[in-house]
Design a protein around this ligand. Structure first.
Ligand code: NDP
Ligand code: BG6
Length: 494
């Protein structure tokens, strides 16, 4: 099956921080792939803006190097390389000072019919000076888009501050707050599965769902981002945004239509329905861990270059969505670095049948599990209990109905289809002006309002995170969090 590609309107995309890690690893490769797929029109321009004196040729050389490093060789063609590099422009701008802005204004010109977007791939303290300068120069008209990277604040107060800064210059309909997990193919498929099929929705509630497990496990450590990560930790870096977003899409009510505000209204209701976790609940409902040296590598304290660090690199939480649909069904969230494997999934575990006529012959427990796998091998499996083939009586086994997208959606020649990176979809959505997969300001604030008390309670408790082996499956306490409820985590990496 060949993916349908609908070209977007001609655009000028200004990337502040175009020489940085995110631009090189994700943004430039994503734009290249969209050009190769025929989605980026010939007239489109990508204007890199950064502090260093690179010049046009220097920026093109930097971009070519990024493509060599981050686009698989099989995806490269000479024609696409030439067209992509020709679409790149560069202006040297120090966003904290006056230099370079006139060059940017001149380069942008007065192309009113083009979509104009500004991607702030820089540290958050630069958002305000950039927004103020764009407004002052009049180069970000009312229909231009402003793309903001994470982290969106450090806590509720700073997120409110950022929202206030941005809203001084731009309407909410211009703001695209990135959570790249929302751009992942399977995450959108979760909405398709729930709301485009009649099969699951009648079962999607506390009467039929025993519990939900959301796991985002990484094999890598902090990888040179120790400075940032040590000030952040897994709760701020992963739970406040990515895991809460996954929880929202799993738990939300069907929106009246698939439109940005209808979807985001429903997600917001889920966040607001989360039971608060404060000092009285942290011991039973949360676990935080930090990796020590093991088969997977060195200790966190060595990676983060802070021998005294108490920052958590692992979190497990037992969350509860206190509403009519979910009352009594726990949502277990777990994320960590330097775990056994890279594995992210949402597993919806249905209850056992009310009465078993196969006593002693069925695997135990044998409730169906719908696993929505984000990575690796994006796809969906539904575990079913079936009869073991062959004579010899009625023995039951558990087997998965497997829909791995790359295989199922392949061209029928055995070759698998390429799954676009999240940034490819998200950048094209920015150009189209579709905010469905971007976080609204009130969602971000609600998520901080739920995570802040957890952070405060940990702080007040003064305890250190529990150590776990690098390359393992997380701290023992996380197993206990589930065992206490008579449940267990799904294996990481099997
Ligand atoms: P880097 O430190 O790698 O790059 C920073 C960029 O900002 C460089 O292009 C740098 O330009 C530019 N810059 C710094 N100071 C100025 C200035 N005064 N004027 C103009 N440009 C300036 O950061 P990342 O690319 O890693 O991250 C960018 C943003 O994206 C951050 O907010 C980060 O939190 C977020 N993010 C990053 C992720 C990642 O995987 N890297 C993942 C998710 C979010 P120059 O090189 O010329 O100095
Ligand atoms: C980022 C976090 O948002 O997501 C990183 O800051 C993390 O710490 C990354 O490694 C994980 O993204 P992915 O797409 O590789 O699962």
């Amino acid at each position: 099956m060949v993916a349908r590609t609908i070209p977007v309107d001609p655009f000028d995309l200004v990337v502040f921080g175009a020489t940085g890690d995110l631009a090189r690893r994700k943004l430039l490769p994503a734009l290249y792939q969209r050009l190769r797929a025929g989605q980026m029109p010939g007239e489109a321009r990508v204007i890199g803006a950064a502090r260093r004196d690179l010049g046009q040729d220097g920026f093109r050389a930097l971009a070519a190097e990024a493509l060599d490093q981050f686009v698989p060789t099989g995806d490269r063609t000479e024609a696409a390389d030439t067209a992509f590099l020709a679409a790149l422009h560069y202006v040297q701008v120090d966003v904290t000072g006056p230099g370079g802005w006139d060059d940017l204004r001149q380069l942008l010109g007065d192309e009113a019919e083009r979509v104009r977007a500004f991607y702030l791939s820089v540290a958050p303290e630069f958002f305000e000076p950039i927004c103020a300068r764009l407004a002052e120069l009049g180069i970000a008209p009312a229909d231009s888009r402003i793309v903001v990277e994470k982290p969106f604040g450090h806590d509720l107060a700073s997120a409110r501050g950022l929202n206030a800064q941005l809203s001084r210059h731009y309407g909410e309909d211009q703001l695209f707050r990135i959570d790249h997990y929302l751009g992942k193919e399977t995450v959108q498929n979760l909405m398709a599965i729930r709301f485009a099929n009649a099969l699951f929705e009648p079962l999607w509630n506390a009467r039929h769902v025993d519990h939900v497990q959301i796991t985002v496990a990484e094999a890598i450590g902090v990888e040179g981002r120790g400075g940032y990560y040590d000030q952040s930790g897994a709760l701020r870096d992963m739970v406040q945004n990515h895991l809460i977003q996954l929880l929202c899409l799993t738990a939300m009510e069907p929106p009246a239509q698939f439109d940005p505000d209808a979807v985001r209204d429903e997600k917001l209701k889920v966040i607001r329905a989360l039971d608060p976790i404060g000092p009285g609940e942290i011991a039973r409902h949360t676990v935080r861990g930090q990796y020590r040296a093991g088969a997977g590598g060195a200790a966190y304290t060595a990676d983060a270059a802070n021998g005294e660090s108490r920052t958590e690199s692992f979190v497990a939480i037992r969350a509860h969505v206190a509403n009519w649909r979910w009352s009594g069904t726990p949502f277990y969230l777990r994320t960590g670095k330097r775990l056994r494997a890279r594995m992210s999934e949402i597993a919806v575990a249905f209850k056992d049948p009310p009465h078993s006529i196969f006593l002693g012959r069925a695997p135990d427990p044998h409730g169906n599990v719908l696993a929505i796998r984000l990575q690796p091998d994006e796809g969906i499996t539904l575990s079913m209990t079936i009869k073991e083939p062959g004579p010899g009586g009625m023995r039951l086994i558990e087997t998965p109905l497997d829909m791995t997208f790359a295989r199922v959606m392949g061209n029928g020649d055995g070759a698998s289809v390429r799954m676009p990176d999240a940034y490819e979809r998200l950048i094209m959505d920015v150009i189209r002006g579709d905010q469905t997969l971007f976080m609204r300001g009130d969602e971000v604030e609600a998520a901080w309002a739920w995570t802040d008390p957890i952070l405060a309670a940990w702080e007040a408790a003064g305890s250190a995170p529990t150590p776990y082996d690098s390359g393992g499956s997380g701290p023992e306490d996380a197993l206990m969090l589930m065992h206490r409820d008579g449940r267990r985590w799904r294996e990481i990496g099997l």
